[in-house]
Design a protein around this ligand. Structure first.
Ligand code: ADP
Ligand code: MG
Length: 644
């Protein structure tokens, strides 16, 4: 609830609307207590006084009644009728919608055909007809407005309910033995309630206008009682010689409905779950960067930097959600040489994807912030670029061009409504000055390169017409489109079965051989690592805990975590060798322990593992491990521990 109010307050227009509405509501509530003249007392001698005349701050109307008093009393009536009508319509309409949507079949048919009948009449004519039958009067106007608005709620809510009624969690509730009433109350209602509130907040203003409309025509409030609509209707005849009589109620209606609509829009935005974490702002074109000091790394890496294709130094990425900061990437350093394949392995949630996304500023901001580090790219097209200090325009020339990305789930990254060939053409033409025709030919060549049969035909198909493996190959073809020097592949084979996985891995190997492409290969599968990677970095809780050549790490892991990870891999043909799960869970990213993040789960941990910060130490040539007693090394190395 607090979060909702905070979100609403951040939306300035909605906050303004809420403020104005609150003011009007308070005014309406205290009207009987204010020292006002009786709104219905006529005084023909004082008729049509202009505003600011003595005793009548807003003047008088054609019967000498005080306009200020009538406005305030009238606003009370308009608000009460508008809100009451909305509540009635929301209650009845939502009930019909939920029942129709949930039960479906004959219930749905009966209820919705009734609603269709209501909708078959022109809306305002129906309201007029209802009042004509019931007789003019405020209460009857209220019924009329409520009835004509029921279909609006019923249709909206039915649509939402139908979408929910067949979801798995409803089936699960049914399997747990809940009856229809309990499912409706505890599963369906909480899910449609935001929609009801949103619909309500956006219709109240409209209903107030309709009430005013009926009163304007003389069918609502009856003299001497005033509401804003009837005041407008009476004043209309004096528009020329006493314009204030009609203008003032008009202005009040305008302000009232405007404030309700601004607030309603704000409520809609704040209740939309998709907007909750990202707040009400558009994601920035690149991740926000807030490095405290621009540390230019001098220690040791200067020598490798000239030759490395990509060098990452002490990269830190946080997510700021509310008052919490989640440290997803905590000082990651590695480098990739041209034509090298570096594997990045680790459990789910260890920060692999966020590391990869941070390199090109692709982490969504808000809530993501790159809070430290350097990323140096050194390609032929863009030599020696400090990626984290580039402008969005400059980084767009590198994304998908020098450095390409293959995502895990190809279905959600391909546009569902554009043919795959056209999506490739688009990728090509963003970075290369080719004609449509030439780009199309290149697209077909690329599809052939990634071994898609009948590329000409496939180019004219939509993503849903391809199998998972083919879609992933389209994703790879898209990554290849502009001859990148580095491909970042984020679990590209996780969604695929083993045969397709083998094909994709072979494809990546061939690319490296033919074109000299370097690859950052993210996976949680050591089997895949051993097939494609030259070197491996093992990540845990946002840190690299061990890095070295694949052979050495697989044969001879130095970090207890790496060893446990390797032990988790089942081995074919060795039935006695049961994979050993790692007990416990990784630490929460917003509450990382001091010392080694793995200490809690490590059977070799001792007291000093939990103190200070543990640094990466070099064990053999080109091998580093973040542990104070690396496995397989007799003399414990304690140089890396800093006590603070
Ligand atoms: P993986 O290693 O499985 O790819 P990720 O890099 O996706 O893991 O996530 C690393 C950490 O960052 C996780 O703890 C995750 O909860 C957190 N995280 C990722 N995206 C967000 C986000 N938008 N808001 C808050 N935390 C996030
Ligand atoms: Mg991931």
């Amino acid at each position: 609830m607090m979060a909702f109010i905070k979100l609403l307050a951040r939306n300035r227009l909605a906050a303004f609307g809420a403020l104005v509405l609150l003011l009007l509501l308070v005014l309406a509530l205290v009207t009987p207590l204010l020292p006002l003249l009786d709104p219905d007392i006529t005084a023909p001698a004082n008729r049509l006084q202009p505003p600011f005349s003595a005793g009548h701050p807003l003047g008088t109307d054609q019967l000498g009644r005080d306009i200020l008093s009538r406005l305030l009393w009238g606003m009370r009536v308009s608000l009460a009728v508008g809100i009451a009508a909305s509540l009635v319509a929301a209650l009845v309409g939502s009930l019909i919608g939920i029942l129709a949507g949930y039960f479906g079949g004959r219930t749905d048919n009966t209820l919705m055909r009734g609603i269709d009948m209501l909708m078959a009449f022109p809306y305002i004519l129906l309201a007029l007809a209802i009042v004509a039958v019931l007789g003019p009067g405020l209460m009857n106007a209220l019924y009329a407005i409520a009835i004509v608005n029921i279909p609006f709620f019923a249709r909206n809510i039915r649509g939402v309910t139908v979408g929910i009624a067949h979801r798995e969690f409803i089936d699960a509730a049914r399997l747990s033995g809940k009856g229809d009433t309990r499912i409706l109350a505890s599963e369906i209602l909480p899910n449609v309630l935001p929609v009801i509130v949103i619909t309500l907040s956006t219709t109240v203003g409209w209903m107030i206008l309709e009430t005013a409309g009926l009163s304007f025509l003389g069918l609502g409030a009856q003299p001497p009682q005033a509401d804003l609509g009837s005041m407008l209707g009476e004043g209309r005849r004096m528009m020329i010689n006493a314009p204030h009589v009609a203008t003032l109620p008009g202005i009040v209606i305008f302000i009232l409905v405007m404030s309700i609509n601004l607030l309603g829009d704000g409520i809609r935005d704040a209740l939309d779950p998709r907007l909750k974490s990202g707040a009400l702002s558009r994601p920035a074109p690149m991740t926000r960067i807030r490095r405290r000091q621009r540390q230019s790394s001098t220690t040791g890496s200067t020598a490798t930097r000239s030759t490395a294709l990509l060098s990452v130094d002490d990269l830190r990425t946080d997510f700021e959600v509310g008052d919490d900061t989640y440290h997803a990437v905590n000082g990651v350093s590695f480098s990739i040489q041209p034509n090298e394949c570096l594997g990045l392995v680790g459990e789910s949630g260890s920060g692999k994807s966020v590391t990869a996304l941070s390199l090109l500023g692709l982490v969504a901001s808000p809530p993501g912030v790159i809070s430290g580090g350097n990323v140096q790219l050194n390609t032929h097209r863009h030599p020696q670029r400090d990626l984290l200090s580039l402008k969005p325009r400059a980084i767009r020339r590198i994304r998908g061009n020098d450095v390409a990305y293959v995502f895990q789930d190809p279905l959600s990254t391909l546009h569902p409504l554009i043919k795959v060939g056209d999506q490739l053409v688009e990728t090509i033409r963003i970075h290369q000055p080719l004609s449509r025709q030439a780009a199309h030919e290149l697209a077909i060549k690329l599809l052939g390169q990634v071994r898609i049969p009948n590329p000409e035909q496939r180019a004219h198909q939509y993503p849903h017409e391809l199998s998972g493996g083919m879609r992933q190959r389209v994703g790879i073809a898209m990554a290849l489109a502009n001859d990148p020097e580095l491909i970042i592949a984020d679990e590209p084979t996780t969604a695929l079965d083993v045969t397709v996985q083998a094909q994709i891995l072979r494809l990546i190997q061939r690319l490296r051989e033919d074109k000299g492409t370097a690859v950052l290969f993210i996976t949680h599968d050591f089997g895949v690592v051993s097939q494609v990677c030259d070197r491996v970095a093992v990540m845990y809780a946002g840190c690299i805990v061990e890095i070295g050549t694949t052979r050495e790490i697989l044969d001879n892991p130095r970090h207890p975590y790496t060893r446990r990870l390797i032990d988790c891999v089942p081995r074919l043909g060795e039935p006695d060798n049961e994979p050993a799960a790692i007990p416990g869970l990784p630490p929460a990213a917003n509450a990382l322990p001091s010392g080694c993040a793995f200490a809690e789960r490590c059977d070799l941990a001792e007291e000093r593992c939990r103190r200070g910060s543990i640094d990466l130490i070099v064990t053999d040539s080109d091998r580093q491990v973040r542990c104070i007693k690396p496995l397989g090394l007799e003399a414990p190395l304690s140089a890396g521990v800093e006590h603070d």
